[in-house]
Design a protein around this ligand. Structure first.
Ligand code: SF4
Length: 303
């Protein structure tokens, strides 16, 4: 297999079959400090683009072999929306995916392009990155191709999300000393309140980065997450948290009203007593489980 890899189990999206649109060379219009690939000059196209029929033939073969797959993930050693044949690839994948979901992992840089938006509209789960709210921070972390402005991107994300009918996930990656301050996160939160994604994923560097930067601590993530409001937040933990919390019934209702908790959060942050209350609230139909782009959240049921 040249373009298809996996399946791999990802806690964020379930069991995933990956498609790499740029297996030989990094082809990205960003050069993020945290990239797990070697630093490279940003480009605006995929180098040596694969043929759609070659990818589809590999996907078909792999799907025959591994039935138990949740998502087919379009990704790249770089930015997948730079692939010139993305539209026909998505059309062909939609014909063969059956009950699997189609997912794309994009850095969000092409979201202002109407053609790209039309393609993304045909994808079940769209993940876009938003590491910064300000251009200064954006240039430091994502090191984009000249001319890409973060404000333009998040305005286009807002426009896109208004009509998008499927699931939109926004990912924030925290880098020590750059975007790990409450002012930047509060500004990102203001933007998120307008974009209204279905889910926000937040985490930090967990693989050797392209440049000399460091991850933030788990405590720092927990502190910054408090500034993200009214949205289902999925925190990517390196280690399981050791402290468990005791909540009473009203505290759980209040917590879930303000911030839906993921199954991982309930399992790892809630004491046994609190978990029993969650079970009781589920039985009483006061709260419900909701699958958001492959992650189960507990939310308060609307009357
Ligand atoms: S957008 Fe992704 S592939 Fe591109 S430089 Fe950043 S982390 Fe690497």
């Amino acid at each position: 297999m040249r373009y298809v890899f996996g399946p791999v189990n990802s806690r964020r999206f379930g069991i995933s079959l990956g498609i790499d649109l740029s297996p030989d060379t990094k082809s990205c219009n960003f050069d993020c400090v945290y990239c797990e690939l070697k630093g490279a000059k940003p480009v605006s196209y995929i180098q040596n683009p694969p043929k759609v029929e070659d990818i589809i033939s590999e996907v078909k073969d792999t799907l025959e072999k591994f039935g138990d797959i949740d998502v087919i993930t379009i990704t790249s050693n770089g930015e997948p929306t730079l692939y010139s044949e993305l539209g026909s690839l998505v059309n062909e994948l939609n014909k063969i995916k059956k009950d699997k979901k189609l997912l794309i992992l994009s850095n969000g840089s092409t979201i202002c392009d109407e053609k790209v938006q039309n393609i993304l509209n045909k994808i079940d789960i769209v993940k876009l990155s938003l590491d910064c709210a300000t251009q200064k921070c954006f240039k430091k972390i994502d090191r984009p191709l000249k001319g890409i402005e973060i404000e333009t991107l998040y305005r286009c994300m807002e426009e896109f999300s208004k009509d998008f009918q499927h699931q939109l996930v926004i990912e924030i990656l925290l880098v020590k000393g750059i975007n790990d301050n409450k002012d930047e996160i509060k500004k990102i939160n203001e933007i998120l309140q307008v974009i209204k994604p279905d889910r926000v994923d937040i985490g930090t560097i967990d693989r050797p980065p392209a440049y000399k930067v460091k991850p933030v601590t788990q405590d720092k993530i927990n502190e910054l997450v408090k500034h993200l409001t009214n949205l289902p937040i999925s925190v990517i933990y390196k280690n399981k948290p050791s402290k468990k919390e005791d909540f009473d019934e009203s505290e759980i209702i209040q917590l879930l009203t303000h911030r839906p908790q993921s199954q991982f959060d309930i399992e790892n942050f809630f004491s046994d007593k609190s978990k029993n209350i969650v079970e009781k609230l589920l039985k009483e139909d006061l709260i419900q489980e909701k699958n958001i782009a492959g992650v189960t959240f507990f939310v308060v049921k609307k009357p």
